[in-house]
Design a protein around this ligand. Structure first.
Ligand code: TPP
Ligand code: MG
Length: 379
C-alpha cells in the first residue's frame, strides 16, 4: 500500500514553488564551497574574493566583541548588571553572519547575539541597559534593521519567517537572518517556522549557533543526527560549517543571503562552535562539564584562527593588533561609562511603548499606578 502511494505521488508530484531542483542546485553550490571539515576551500576562498581589509574588519569586530563580553562579565560580578550571558566562542558565527548581510537586510537575533548588535552599529552601552533591567529594548529596530533580543527560546524564528514573507510580498530584495541556538531546534516554533519558510519560499537564512550546550543539556541529548540535515526534511538545503572560522561563516552566509534575494528561498547554516563560559552568570557549568570537555575547543578560538588567516595573507602585524586592542579597551570603557551614567527610569515607564496610541484604559491604569507609588516614595 505504502509502495503504491509512493509511486503515484512520485508520478503526480509537481516541483514545489521555487523549484526543488533549482534550490538544491544552488544549495549544493554552497555546500561545494566547503571541505569535509566545513571550512571554506582555497578555491572557494579565491572565488569569494574577500579582501584583506574585509577580513581585518571581521577580526577587529571579533576582538572588540570579545572585550565587551569580558566587560559584561566584570560588570555583573561587580553588581552592576542583573545578569550576563557570555558569548565568547560565538564571535566568528555572529560577526561573520551579521557582516555577511547587506545593511538593508534584517536580522532577528536571540539573546546571545550581542556581537551581531555591535556589527549593526548599536551602542553597546545602550544594549547593556537591558541587562541592568532599565529597559526592555534599547534601540529602534527600524533604524538598525535589527529586531529586539528574544529570551523565550525559539520564538524569534517564526517572527523572522513572517517578516521575510512580508518582504517577499512587498517585492523588495531584502533578505533576513535569524539567529538561534541548537536547543531552539527542539521547539515547536522552530519546526513550524522551518516548514512555513519552505512552503512560502521566503528569503531567510537560518543561522544555528550550535555551541554544544543548552544550559546543562548536551548536544547528544538534544538532537539525533545533524541539525543541518533537518532542512532537507522541510524541502530546502542546509550545511554545517566550522563556526569558529569567521571567513567560512561570512562567505557561506553571504552566498545564502544572495540566494535568498534571487528568490531561491530559505537556507539553513549550522555553525558548529562552543560556549566556553557559563550559560549565564546564574549558571555553574562545573555541575555538568569538566575542563577536559572545554579544552579541545581552545585551539579553535575564533580570534586566533582569524589572526592565522590574516598572517597567511601577510595582512597582520603588531601595529594592527595593538591598534585593535586599544580600540577594544576604549570601547569597553565607553560602554561601562554609558551604563553607569544611565538614568533609572520611572517605574511607570513600563506602560510606555506598548501601543502607538495607548487606549484610555491603559492611560488610566498608568495614572493609578503613579498615584499608588507616591506614598511609598514619600512624595
Ligand atoms: C520557551 C523557553 N523555555 C525555556 C527557557 C529557559 N532557557 C533559557 S536559555 C535555554 C537553553 C537554550 O539553548 P540554546 O538554544 O542551545 O542556546 P544557547 O543558550 O546555548 O546559546 C533555556 C532552556 C526559555 N528561555 N524559554
Ligand atoms: Mg546551545
Amino acid at each position: 500500500m505504502a509502495k503504491a502511494l509512493d509511486t503515484k505521488d512520485a508520478r503526480e508530484a509537481k516541483p514545489p514553488r521555487g523549484s526543488a531542483d533549482s534550490s538544491n542546485n544552488s544549495g549544493d553550490s554552497i555546500a561545494a564551497m566547503l571541505d569535509a571539515n566545513g571550512v571554506l576551500t582555497a578555491e572557494a576562498e579565491r572565488a569569494a574574493n574577500i579582501s584583506d581589509e574585509e577580513l581585518r574588519t571581521l577580526y577587529r569586530l571579533m576582538v572588540v566583541s570579545r572585550r565587551l563580553d569580558q566587560e559584561g562579565l566584570n560588570l555583573q560580578r561587580q553588581g552592576e548588571l542583573g545578569l550576563w550571558g557570555p558569548y565568547a566562542g560565538h564571535e566568528a558565527a555572529q560577526v561573520g553572519a551579521a557582516m555577511a548581510m547587506a545593511p538593508t537586510d534584517w536580522i532577528f537575533p536571540y539573546y546571545r547575539d550581542f556581537a551581531m548588535a555591535v556589527c549593526r552599529g548599536i551602542d553597546p552601552g545602550a544594549i547593556m541597559t537591558i541587562f541592568r533591567g532599565l529597559t526592555h529594548g534599547a534601540w529602534n529596530p527600524n533604524e538598525y534593521r535589527f529586531a529586539p533580543f528574544i529570551i523565550p527560546v525559539g520564538t524569534q524564528v517564526p517572527h523572522a519567517v513572517g517578516f521575510a514573507l512580508g518582504c517577499k510580498l512587498d517585492h523588495d530584495d531584502t533578505a533576513v537572518l535569524v539567529g538561534f541556538g541548537e536547543g531552539a531546534t527542539s521547539t515547536g516554533d522552530w519546526h513550524e517556522a522551518m516548514n512555513f519558510a519552505a512552503v512560502f519560499n521566503v528569503p531567510l537564512v537560518f543561522l544555528c549557533e550550535n555551541n554544544q550546550w543548552a544550559i546543562s543539556v548536551p548536544m547528544r541529548q538534544q538532537v539525533s543526527g545533524r541539525i543541518a540535515d533537518r532542512a532537507a526534511g522541510y524541502g530546502f538545503p542546509g550545511v554545517r560549517v566550522d563556526g569558529t572560522d569567521v571567513l567560512t561563516v561570512y562567505a557561506v552566509v553571504r552566498a545564502a543571503a544572495d540566494r535568498a534575494r534571487r528568490g531561491e528561498g530559505p537556507y539553513l547554516v549550522e555553525a558548529l562552535t562552543y560556549r566556553t563560559q557559563a550559560h549565564t552568570t546564574s549558571d555553574d557549568p562545573t555541575r555538568y562539564r569538566t575542563e577536559a570537555d572545554v579544552e579541545p575547543w581552545k585551539s579553535k578560538d575564533p580570534i586566533r584562527r582569524c589572526a592565522e588567516r590574516l598572517q597567511a595573507r601577510n595582512a597582520f602585524d603588531d601595529a594592527f593588533a595593538q591598534a585593535v586592542s586599544e580600540e577594544a579597551e576604549q570601547r569597553a570603557l565607553a560602554m561601562r561609562q554609558h551604563l553607569l551614567s544611565a538614568q533609572t527610569p520611572h517605574p511607570a515607564s513600563a506602560f510606555d511603548l506598548v501601543f502607538a496610541n495607548p487606549p484610555e484604559s491603559l492611560l488610566r491604569e498608568k495614572a493609578e499606578f503613579i498615584e499608588a507609588l507616591e506614598p511609598e516614595r514619600g512624595e
